[in-house]
Design a binder for this molecule. Structure first.
Ligand code: MIC
Ligand code: SF4
Length: 774
């Protein structure tokens, strides 16, 4: 073991470089013209450009059309990685041969921890079961000077909010909910491991300049409505694709009425609408939050920067223009429930019971789960506690199982001190480890619901894809605020509306919940908790040996992928034509597969196993040229052995959901060269390019109907486009397997010059390694 310690007020790496950023913003204004009004997101992003002039003036009609056009080359201030994705990120970083990371970085052990019986038993068991991976991460952290938050310390986004996020900071995180940090005014972006490596080696990180979607908040929340309802209702309006290519920027008078942690919840779930990130301007509630999390010095410095008013780095210019604006009146906002199976099916509470009956969803449910990285703030938990106290006073117990996941040791210890956890436990609630647990399929459900049986659960999490929590694709996960999940758990009924309906107490009396009330922040400050959960110091130590055993089934060093051939791709075969939703969970399932996150050959055995066959409606059933039936990864493997490269044909928002780069690495490893879809989710599209897989979209969406499994496909013009740095047209020449008919379909791409270079080199990592050795 090596030194652990909380970074204190003196820690410089937790202070955004304000003087530099303010200077950079002045330069940006010089480049774009001082009369150009900027949004908050633009200010922070552009102030992090490596070369403002080059990024903002190239291909942008002399700076007039930056959004959606410019390729921003950015220098983030820090990187955070979670244990599942950090393995691949570090394996890639290690192959660059540097002694330490170029920017401060942190690793958070959260995804590999199971939720079953409670923290005391689950945590030691999970540490034991994953010791090889945790040891690898800890030794790499020590070697390269990365702060290591051990298992039990908390979930990445909660720890980042409590320690690193700050107004004006720009950070990358290898997890799609990294935008949680926008609740503290940071531009925090979720990326794949290869993108994180750019920042870790000091190479500029590239992002197509996002458009800006303004969300204007008016009024003030009251009663049952909570910050979660802002984003649940917004997700209903925007859908899972509506935020693609946008930063969601909150503004308007309602902002000042929200708690800092409530704003983080809104930003967290911006990932569910596909947004690049979400952000709030510097606002009053950020100050006490920073102070109570030992960063009074950051609050003070940010306050000084923001004092310049709307023209400052930390606020939008008065005349800032948004590409789209959605207005939400908080005073009229109703609680919402989203789901099942997609986070954008949003129903106001008052209509939910009718919807349940109409859709024939189960009228009872088995479990209510609150907490996670999305909703485990002091405010969330004390509001839930208030409801539990009301029900307990009436002699009621939850009818559904009730689980609580604190987001971090700091919040857990504080809630423990203030008796909140005790209130939950006495009511029969089970407090799980400070980790992802059930949110990522690490839930050993013990209530005996058979696999394959329709059933419902309510969570205050952010995701609800099929099979996400308990591995049962029939479990309908409804997303709601922690308050609502708690109240519903007392009825066990999906049609219960705590705002209007009553329950019968054991003494026969009628019980009706009063609207919940809680506290934004603990009046006695936050507790530090178990000192063993504090992070290690960020001092590189070359003597730390990073061990990857050649016989391990959990970790494997990466072999470089072959470079692109000297010409177009020919003789590709369609491995699978996917119907409907295809998330990164579909492409690379989590749950039991999480243990292979550091072992590309082993995890590749789950490739696309959740994907629905467009021809037959079957899941994970593929057919080869002779009609022989396979599982998808098995067919890919068989074709790989025969030297056949393949492609996948898919519908909209392919790769939605997470930052999981395994969803790109695995197809690449198994011989996948092209994904052609109706549209892509942003992080996944970038991940594909970084790993040398070519993402293309149909120029005519109907062409999806013309290509089938086992058809042969050649690219036409792809090689020239790659060589020309992204200029020119691409087509696919399709030869129908059944009839021999040949035709061409036009396709589109979004390659930047740099991305062309990655694809030609075989992967971004190959290119980095080439640059490092030359
Ligand atoms: C998720 O919420 O889906 C995850 C698990 O946190 C993923 C990361 C991963 O798959 O490693 C994410 O959001 O990016
Ligand atoms: Fe963990 Fe769930 Fe948050 Fe992802 S969304 S970081 S799995 S708690």
């Amino acid at each position: 073991l090596f030194a652990r310690g909380l970074a204190t007020e003196a820690s410089s790496s937790r202070m955004p470089p304000y003087p530099k950023l303010v200077r950079n913003l002045e330069q940006v204004r010089r480049v774009l013209g001082s009369d150009r009004a900027l949004t908050l997101a633009e200010k922070i992003l552009y102030a992090h450009l490596d070369n403002a002039e080059e990024s903002l003036l190239t291909g942008t009609n002399n700076g007039r059309d930056v959004r959606g056009k410019a390729n921003l080359k950015l220098k983030p201030d820090r990187v955070a990685m979670q244990d599942a994705s950090a393995q691949m990120a570090l394996l890639q970083f290690m192959s660059c041969g540097l002694p330490s990371t170029a920017v401060p970085a942190s690793i958070h052990c959260d995804h590999m921890i199971v939720g079953e019986r409670g923290a005391d038993t689950d945590l030691p068991a999970s540490i034991k079961g994953n010791s090889e991976v945790f040891d690898f991460l800890e030794s790499a952290a020590k070697r390269y000077g990365i702060e290591f938050w051990p298992p039990g310390a908390g979930i990445i986004h909660q720890s980042v909010l409590e320690n690193y996020a700050a107004p004006g900071l720009m950070m990358l995180g290898t997890d799609s909910h990294t935008p949680n940090g926008g609740g503290l005014g940071a531009i925090a972006i979720g990326v794949g491991g290869a993108d994180a490596v750019d920042a870790l080696v000091d190479a500029p990180w590239e992002l197509k300049a996002p458009k800006i979607l303004g969300v204007r908040l008016e009024g003030k929340l009251s009663g049952w409505a909570s910050p979660k309802d802002i984003i649940l209702s917004l997700a209903g309006k925007l859908t899972v694709r509506g935020g693609t290519g946008y930063v969601v920027e909150y503004h308007g008078p309602g902002v000042e009425t929200l708690s800092c942690t409530g704003m983080a919840t809104c930003c967290n779930m911006g990932a569910e609408v596909g947004a690049t990130t979400s952000i709030f301007p510097f606002s009053p509630s950020m100050v006490p939050y920073l102070q109570s999390t030992h960063r009074g010095h950051v609050a003070e410095a940010a306050g000084e920067v923001a004092a310049a008013g709307p023209s400052s780095l930390l606020r939008a210019d008065t005349k800032a223009e948004y590409d789209q604006v959605v207005t939400i009146n908080l005073s009229e906002l109703e609680p919402h429930i989203n789901g099942p199976f997609t986070p954008d099916f949003s129903v106001p509470l008052s209509k939910f019971a009718d919807t349940v009956r109409e859709k024939k969803w189960p009228e009872t449910f088995g479990a209510g789960l609150i907490g996670s990285c999305t909703n485990s703030s002091y405010e969330d938990m004390t509001r839930a506690e208030d409801l539990v106290k009301q029900a307990t006073a009436a002699g009621l117990k939850p009818k559904a199982d009730f689980f609580i996941t604190p987001g971090s040791e700091q919040i857990r210890a504080t809630l423990d001190r203030d008796q909140t956890l005790n209130t939950f436990s006495e009511a029969g609630g089970i407090v799980l480890a400070n980790a992802c647990g059930p949110c990522i399929g690490q839930w050993k459900r013990t209530d005996g619901v058979p696999k394959g049986e329709d059933n419902a659960i309510f969570t205050s999490y952010n995701r609800n894809f099929p099979g996400r929590n308990d591995g049962n694709r029939q479990t309908m996960n409804f997303l709601a605020s922690p308050e609502l999940v708690t109240a519903l758990a007392y009825s066990g009924s999906t049609t219960f509306n705590p705002m209007t309906d009553s329950l019968t107490a054991p003494d026969g009396s009628t019980f009706k919940f009063q609207p919940p009330s809680g506290f934004d922040l603990p009046s006695a400050g936050f507790e530090e908790g178990n000192p063993n959960f504090l992070p290690t110091a960020a001092v590189p130590d070359a003597s730390s040996e990073v061990i990857v055993s050649p016989t391990s089934d959990r970790l494997a060093l990466l072999e470089p992928f072959a470079p692109f051939p000297k010409g177009d791709l020919s003789g590709l075969q369609v491995l699978y034509k996917v119907k409907g939703q295809c998330t990164t969970d579909t492409i690379s399932a989590a749950g039991p597969w999480l243990k292979y996150k550091g072992h590309l050959p082993n995890i590749s055995a789950n490739t696309l196993i959740g994907a629905v066959n467009a021809a037959t409606g079957e899941t994970n059933v593929a057919y080869d040229e002779a009609g022989k039936q396979y599982g998808i990864p098995e067919l890919a493997e068989a074709w790989k052995e025969r030297g056949i490269s393949w492609l996948v044909v898919a519908e909209d928002n392919y790769g939605e959901g997470s930052a999981r780069e395994h969803a790109a690495l695995q197809p690449r490893y198994l011989g996948g060269r092209v994904i052609v879809s109706k549209s892509f989710a942003r992080i996944h599209e970038t991940n594909l390019k970084k790993q040398g897989v070519v993402p293309l979209t149909f120029a005519n969406r109907e062409d999806y109907d013309r290509i089938d499994a086992c058809d042969k496909v050649d690219t036409v013009g792809l090689y020239d486009v790659l060589q020309a740095g992204g200029q020119g047209d691409i087509k696919l020449r399709v030869t129908k397997q059944k009839t021999g008919e040949v035709f061409e379909v036009p396709v589109q791409h979004t390659f930047s010059k740099d991305q062309c270079a990655f694809i030609l080199a075989g992967s971004a990592l190959n290119l980095l390694a080439k640059k490092a050795s030359s």
